[in-house]
Design a protein. Structure first.
Length: 309
């Protein structure tokens, strides 16, 4: 019998197979302080821009290309580069790029206004994907001529780099994860002039071994056998230990003090209580003396009895 709850929260690893959480919150978190534009018409439902609108992050909630991110020299110029993330890509991976953009933009106030997010890409393709190779991803020797493909150790993710001559807006770097298919293959695509450090930041988020939070029904059944799911449940109840005799005595004294503070006794009450205490003490002493009187043998303890046999 399947007792799994579809809305149960689980931690998913590897994160690149977790899929989308349908909200995109993690991707927008690094730029939460930037202007938000909610659009009623058109496919783009939310547009977040840098204060000068040179960086634009679009959320297309009902589209295959869920995220479209661009950067330009000014608000009205043609984008220098662009990146798209499809509807299967985890927002935590998108956050790798948006975090780097927020950092670059914060530092752009101190430079000539261009910003590092508009820098030319490195001449060396390895610079863009170093976080993956550092994490143990290896080169696939069967890649098409003029391209480089790096594959994750589990074979379920990779990056394809097209080193052939291309125009500025051609798609040259593709990060992918998951089995082929509309609902299972995550893809992040970058155009030719995307700064290498921004691709590397996205790759680092992809290689991050920390799990991500999802509801169980958000994991595609075709991917479920490829991931590790750890339920996020309430903390295990603490089992109270049995009170010791000292605990019992301390509790009794505390309760007696509490009662005395709440209900002060008169002088007559105190004399009666003292008399009762003396009577109880005398009876206890007589019982103790008779137990140790000559000719009276105390009973053997269980351990002594076992040794005598």
């Amino acid at each position: 019998m399947n007792t799994q709850q579809p809305y149960e929260e689980v931690l998913v690893s590897p994160r690149y197979l977790a899929g989308s959480d349908m909200t995109g919150d993690a991707g927008f978190a690094p730029v939460a302080h930037w202007p938000h534009h909610y659009l009623d018409e058109g496919p783009c439902q939310l547009l977040v821009t840098s204060p000068d609108q040179r960086i634009r992050i679009g959320w297309f909630g009902d589209d295959f290309e869920l995220w479209k991110i661009t950067a330009a020299k000014d608000a009205v110029s043609t984008p220098r580069w662009g990146a798209t993330f499809n509807h299967v890509t985890p927002a935590e991976i998108v956050a790798g790029l948006t975090s780097a953009l927020a950092h670059d933009y914060a530092e752009s106030d101190a430079d000539d206004g261009n910003g590092r997010f508009l820098a030319s890409p490195s001449l060396y393709w390895r610079d863009a994907i170093r976080p993956l190779t550092d994490a143990g991803w290896v080169r696939d020797g069967a890649a098409e001529r003029g391209t480089v493909e790096i594959i994750a150790p589990d074979g379920q993710a990779g990056v394809l780099i097209d080193n052939r001559l291309s125009s500025w807006d051609d798609e040259t770097v593709t990060l992918w994860a998951g089995p082929p298919g509309w609902g299972t293959r995550a893809e992040a695509v970058f155009t030719a002039r995307t700064p290498s450090h921004l691709i590397a930041a996205t790759a680092a988020a992809m290689a991050d071994t920390a799990p991500v939070l999802r509801e169980r029904h958000q994991i595609d059944r075709k991917v479920e056998h490829l991931v590790t799911l750890i339920p996020v449940g309430p903390a295990a109840p603490q089992i109270a230990r049995a009170p010791t005799p000292l605990d019992v005595r301390r509790t009794a004294v505390a309760q007696a003090v509490h009662r005395a503070a709440r209900f002060p006794q008169t002088a007559a009450d105190l004399r009666v209580m003292a008399a009762r205490s003396r009577t109880a003490t005398s009876a206890q002493n007589r019982s103790s003396n008779s137990a140790h009187a000559p000719g009276t043998r105390p009973p053997a303890s269980p351990s002594v009895a076992r040794r005598s046999r």
